[in-house]
Design a protein around this ligand. Structure first.
Ligand SMILES: Cc1cc2nc3c(=O)[nH]c(=O)nc-3n(C[C@H](O)[C@H](O)[C@H](O)COP(=O)(O)OP(=O)(O)OC[C@H]3O[C@@H](n4cnc5c(N)ncnc54)[C@H](O)[C@@H]3O)c2cc1C
Length: 393
């Protein structure tokens, strides 16, 4: 049985960051990355943004140090079992390797709705992106987009920009209802409509049926909508089954880790979308978190002691807007809106009482460090004191 000092399960973004850190820290250790996608690591966010706006597929690959003979990849193969006591991992085809230290970076998968998958697409992995791209072809299509959150909003924007006729369904009464205040949500909805998007609110899809024209979405109001194809953003679920089998889980939604990324088993680590740290206490499914935590955990696996306590940020791009956000953006909080140009450039401050808990920089750039610093201050804020704290330079 082959032996590696480090085995990484999952060839995604957190795994890539961890591997880079290990290579820098440990000049001797051998590394095996086992990934179930048939690809070397790539940047996932372009799948619902830049790849539809002209970025080339060949530009999404992350450099993997393939010239380094300490690093091996076993791709297109799913890990089925971790034997914690014997420090072994087994993949579906029966191959087995031994590790000294193991990293679980299995990420998440799109939540799949009931019924047909034939003309229904779930952005999440490159294979699915290629399948959707092929089905869309060059003709304008009649497309149903389901979900009023991150993936739904991004796909509705890029597909309408590409000339497709988009019908956008969401359970809430406006886009991002749980994250953006009514003013911003309604402003967004108007912009989508100006791009020809037909928005249907307060409806959930219960299942998809195959139909002559493509697909039929059956809704919880008893009606149905037909389209040539449907693209669904109904949330992500962490891939925790391996950790569950290996006894690494407790009651929470992800694999619990301490600030060094260690699970209950000190030689087994987790990071990225699948992990829940003692600092965040909930799943943080976004890029900056995956890269920063992945890097810190890789350093620790190679003998370092890098506590990961940073507040990560998340971002998105919609039409001519981009945003970056830190902290807890939830509309149950009071929101102080500090617009320079209403709906187009400004900062939103989320407060619990007079304590700052979240910051949204809307078409405002390089404001994340200031947002983090404001959130760290153990102080109370008045609305007036917050206004003007972050501006475009
Ligand atoms: C379409 C899309 C758009 C996004 N856009 C943004 C954005 O705009 N901003 C932002 O901040 N974040 C965005 N994200 C989130 C960001 O990409 C993720 O947070 C990040 O990729 C998480 O990294 P990870 O390594 O934890 O998981 P992933 O990158 O998902 O990698 C996990 C890998 O593990 C593999 N795997 C799972 N189980 C096994 C197994 N048993 N054996 C072997 N391999 C396994 C998976 O197939 C996958 O390849 C987006 C995500 C998607 C899907």
């Amino acid at each position: 049985m082959e032996h590696y000092r480090y085995i990484v399960i999952g060839g995604g973004m957190a795994g890539h960051a961890a591997v880079q850190a290990i290579l820098e820290q440990d000049s001797q250790g051998t590394i095996l990355v086992i990934g179930d996608e048939p690809f070397a690591p790539y940047r996932r966010p372009p799948l619902s943004k830049a790849l539809w706006k002209g970025e080339r597929l060949e530009d999404i690959w992350l450099s993997v140090g393939s010239e380094d003979d300490r690093l091996n990849f076993h791709l297109g193969s799913r890990v089925q079992n971790i034997n914690v006591d014997e420090k072994r991992v087994e993949v579906a085809d029966g191959a087995t390797w031994q590790f000294e230290k193991l990293l679980l970076v299995t990420g998440g998968r799109p939540r799949v709705l009931a019924g047909s998958r034939k003309r229904v697409f779930y952005p999440g992995h490159l294979t699915e992106h290629v399948r959707l791209h092929k089905h869309l072809g060059d003709e304008p299509r009649d497309v149903l987009v389901v979900g009023g959150g991150f993936i739904g909003s991004e796909m509705a924007a890029v597909l309408s920009e590409r000339g497709h006729q988009v019908k956008w369904l969401m359970m809430e009464d406006r886009p991002f209802a749980r994250m953006f205040p009514e003013s911003l949500g309604n402003h967004l909805a108007s912009a989508y409509r100006e791009h020809g998007v037909e928005i249907h609110t307060r409806v959930g899809v219960t299942r998809f049926d195959e139909a002559a024209a493509g697909v039929l979405a059956v809704m919880d109001n008893g009606r149905s909508i037909a389209a040539e194809l449907a693209v669904v953003g109904a949330g992500f679920e962490p891939n925790v089954e391996l950790a569950q089998k290996a006894g690494l889980m407790s009651a929470g939604p992800g694999v619990p880790v301490n600030e060094f990324g260690q699970t209950v088993h000190p030689n087994i680590y987790a990071a990225g979308d699948v992990a829940v740290s003692a600092v965040d206490l909930h799943l943080m499914m976004h890029e900056d978190h995956a890269l920063s935590q992945g890097r810190a955990v890789g350093t620790n696996m190679a003998g370092g002691r890098a506590a990961y306590t940073e507040r990560s940020f998340f971002y998105s791009d919609l039409y001519h807007w981009g945003y970056e956000a830190v902290g807890d953006l939830n509309t149950r909080h009071r929101v102080v809106e500090d617009w320079v140009v209403p709906g187009d450039e400004g900062v939103l401050y989320y407060l619990e009482g007079d304590r700052l808990v979240g910051v949204l920089n809307w078409n405002v750039w390089d404001g994340v460090p200031t947002a983090r610093a404001l959130l760290e201050m153990p102080r109370r804020w008045t609305d007036e004191e917050l206004r003007g704290q972050i501006r475009n330079g």
